[in-house]
Design a protein around this ligand. Sequence first.
Ligand SMILES: Nc1ncnc2c1ncn2[C@@H]1O[C@H](COP(=O)(O)OP(=O)(O)OP(=O)(O)O)[C@@H](O)[C@H]1O
Ligand SMILES: [Mg+2]
Length: 172
Amino acid sequence: MSQNFPRIWRSHLSSFDATIALGRKLGQALQPGAVILLSGDLGAGKTTLVKAIAEGLGISDPVNSPTFVLVNEYFDGRSPLYHFDLYRLEPAGVAGVDPEMYWEGMEVEPGIVAIEWAERLPYLPGDRLEIRLNHSAPPDVVIENPLSGRDICIQQFGAVPGWDIADFSEYF
Ligand SMILES: Nc1ncnc2c1ncn2[C@@H]1O[C@H](COP(=O)(O)OP(=O)(O)OP(=O)(O)O)[C@@H](O)[C@H]1O
Ligand SMILES: [Mg+2]
């Protein structure tokens, strides 16, 4: 039975490599049906994390944020990866997004769904991992030192196939 209250885990990613390592680990563990919702500062590392998840899934096609389409689909790993980026969507466009088709795996092969700028979704699945990434330093410091660390806050709602938030405490 899935829990309907979130469990929270916070940490610090001290470098780009730390973000990549976490994404790879997630990509190695996640199973079809897992929904990862990403939010946070511009340039905080959402796409970086999705690229590393793809690597962990064994995807070798280059992963880039979808710009002209809503979702990029990757089928060359051990599970499909559906990568959404809602940044450029107007509110009216968001209403037309049909993400549940992907997370329910109804008309598509079940896979892992990663959604950047997920705060723009009109509704959310009950079972999900929400990952918020933010620059650890104030913006003026970030401009001088873009390699500064990132704060990461993860909330798990319900069940996430292949992963449990408690796994993070063993990972770090
Ligand atoms: N600790 C870190 N974690 C992730 N990225 C980092 C880190 N340190 C530096 N970077 C750099 O920050 C940038 C993050 O860019 P990325 O496109 O992943 O961010 P994003 O959150 O997807 O941005 P957007 O809001 O435009 O979608 C990359 O250039 C990356 O090399
Ligand atoms: Mg991005």
